[in-house]
Write a protein that binds this ligand. Structure first.
Ligand SMILES: Nc1ncnc2c1ncn2[C@@H]1O[C@H](COP(=O)(O)OP(=O)(O)O)[C@@H](O)[C@H]1O
Ligand SMILES: [Mg+2]
Length: 372
């Protein structure tokens, strides 16, 4: 949140005087707004973006319980403090059971109101700092996975540079008077442009992937495109290690709402892990299977490795669990990947029934808020 912005409190009560009274109490510290029905409150949430809501329970028409239910249905985490009649313990308990943050008894005490609101704000601040710490960890994880592919990526970019250099030398050495001069130059420049495009594509995907996107809106994307964008970052590592890569399924019509870079982060983690697991093996392949699972999209990443031992299986999704040498593994890849999948309303699991090593990423096709 912008640190200079005052926190906002929405007060919902059909009695105009109570609304005004609460606004007077809170306005020296907070920005306040009044709403006189549950419907008005829902509209005010969209325009005013309150941090905390104080609401009466009994209102003509839709009551406070309906309001909290509607807020929760919208997956909003705004804390709601209910106003209850003095001594009405049952209603107070019921409101807490329904997910209210707290309650204030009538008649109001000025200091109690301020203290309860302060407590709700503290909760929000704690949640915000936790979220930002999580974002930082996810970002660090992304940098770590970039580190894992960087050596082969440097190789991949140096290659076209070498090609460009030798083609330029070739053009320089051509006999300008020979009959084939023009066609030879054209052939060289075509190859130079191709090599440049390849290097540029890799650098672009690298720059794109390194962006910080935790607050980016969800976008509707073709599943197969997200997989191939992710592959671009790891292709050189597969190539250098002699790993055969294939993708099965995923028609151009199969789309999902996602933060593309985050999904690439998951896939890159899975690809990097597969590369590590296949080191020194004779049979080396990685297969991605894209499936339409109705409301979900399933992306499976399978490798020809020896699988995961029973003793590791339960721990590998835990943060900091690694079987790799110090400096090679952080033990964060899979736990961060699972967190990203959960942030999409999906999941990342190991398939115990597969004889190879198989991870299944499940992502819902639709998200409630998508940028157009
Ligand atoms: N494809 C795989 N095959 C075998 N073991 C794997 C595979 N993917 C992950 N693992 C195991 O899970 C552990 C945790 O993976 P991860 O969270 O990505 O951290 P890191 O790669 O830094 O060790 C790895 O150290 C490895 O033991
Ligand atoms: Mg890893």
């Amino acid at each position: 949140m912008n640190e200079n912005r005052k926190r906002r409190i929405l007060i919902v009560d059909d009695e105009v005087t109570i609304c005004k009274l609460l606004q007077i109490t809170l306005s020296p510290v907070y920005e306040t707004m009044g709403a006189h029905s549950a419907d008005d409150a829902l509209m005010a949430i969209q325009d005013f973006h309150p941090d905390v809501i104080i609401s009466d329970i009994k209102m003509p028409g839709k009551d406070g319980f309906w309001l909290i239910n509607s807020i929760q249905e919208r997956s909003s985490k705004i804390p709601v403090i209910f106003i209850t009649g003095h001594g009405n313990k049952r209603t107070a308990v019921e409101s807490l059971r329904l997910g209210a943050f707290d309650f204030i008894e009538k008649p109001f005490d000025h200091d109690v109101i301020l203290a309860r609101v302060e407590k709700a704000i503290l909760k929000i601040e704690l949640e915000e700092s936790l979220e930002s710490a999580q974002d930082q960890i996810i970002f660090q994880g992304k940098l770590a996975s970039i580190g894992e592919v960087s050596a082969s990526m440097v190789h991949e970019v140096t290659n076209p540079l070498g090609i460009i250099f030798s083609l330029a030398q070739k053009i320089e050495s051509l006999d300008g008077k020979s009959e084939s001069y023009e066609s030879e130059v054209r052939s060289c420049t075509e190859k130079i442009i191709k090599a440049y495009d390849r290097a540029n594509k890799i650098i672009d995907s690298f720059k794109h992937f390194s962006r910080y996107e935790s607050n980016d809106p969800f976008e509707t994307m073709v599943v197969k495109d997200v997989v191939s964008d992710s592959l671009l970052l790891c292709e050189s590592r597969f190539f250098c290690q002699g790993i055969e890569f294939s993708t099965v399924g995923g028609s151009p019509e199969l789309k999902f709402d996602c933060r593309g870079i985050s999904i690439s982060q998951i896939l890159l983690n899975l690809f990097n892990n597969a590369c590590d697991a296949l080191e020194g093996l004779d049979e080396k392949w990685v297969k991605v299977i894209i499936e339409d699972g109705g409301e979900l999209v399933n992306i499976s990443v399978i490798d020809s490795g020896k699988g995961i031992s029973d003793s590791c299986r339960e721990k590998i999704l835990n943060p900091f669990f690694t079987t790799k040498a110090p400096g090679r593994g952080t033990g964060l890849g899979l736990s961060i990947s699972k967190k990203i999948a959960e942030n999409h309303g999906g999941d990342l699991e190991i398939d115990d029934d597969c004889s190879n090593t198989k991870f299944i990423l499940t992502i819902p096709k639709t998200q409630s808020e998508v940028s157009s």
